[in-house]
Design a protein around this ligand. Structure first.
Ligand SMILES: [Zn+2]
Length: 123
């Protein structure tokens, strides 16, 4: 099912936002999917949790860019910390699209280190 575009919200001082999708929920935070743009063409990141999605072209269903094996552990991270689950993903360093902070990066890295024995095996 293709996602319906319902509008381009005003952005104020925030980074430019991608079209709002209303027909799917984010696979990590469970909120109705709305994305901000990234530096990578067609890739948006969830405004709530930062999970990246392929949102262009519009005639296809939005697709999570997270590896399937990582979704359960990142969902747990989100539920525990409520912080960006993929800081820096699909952005150049220093990008104006990036909303994650260094603290987001440090918190995620520390949490993953503590849960290292539960992480998916590298393929
Ligand atoms: Zn989300």
């Amino acid at each position: 099912m293709a996602v319906r575009i319902v509008g381009y919200p005003a952005t104020g001082n925030r980074p430019p936002m991608a079209p709002v999708s209303v027909t799917v929920d984010c696979c990590i935070c469970g909120e109705p999917l709305a994305c901000r743009w990234t530096d990578s063409f067609g890739i948006g990141a969830c405004l709530c949790c930062g999970a990246p999605y392929k949102i262009l072209p519009r005639d296809q269903e939005d697709q999570s860019m997270l590896l399937q094996d990582w979704k359960p552990i990142l969902k747990r991270y989100w539920e525990e910390k409520h912080r960006n689950v993929d800081p820096g993903a699909y952005n150049f360093p220093g990008s104006s699209y990036e909303v994650a902070t260094q603290e987001d990066v440090d918190t995620l890295e520390s949490w993953l280190e503590v849960h290292r024995d539960q992480l998916p095996a590298r393929s």
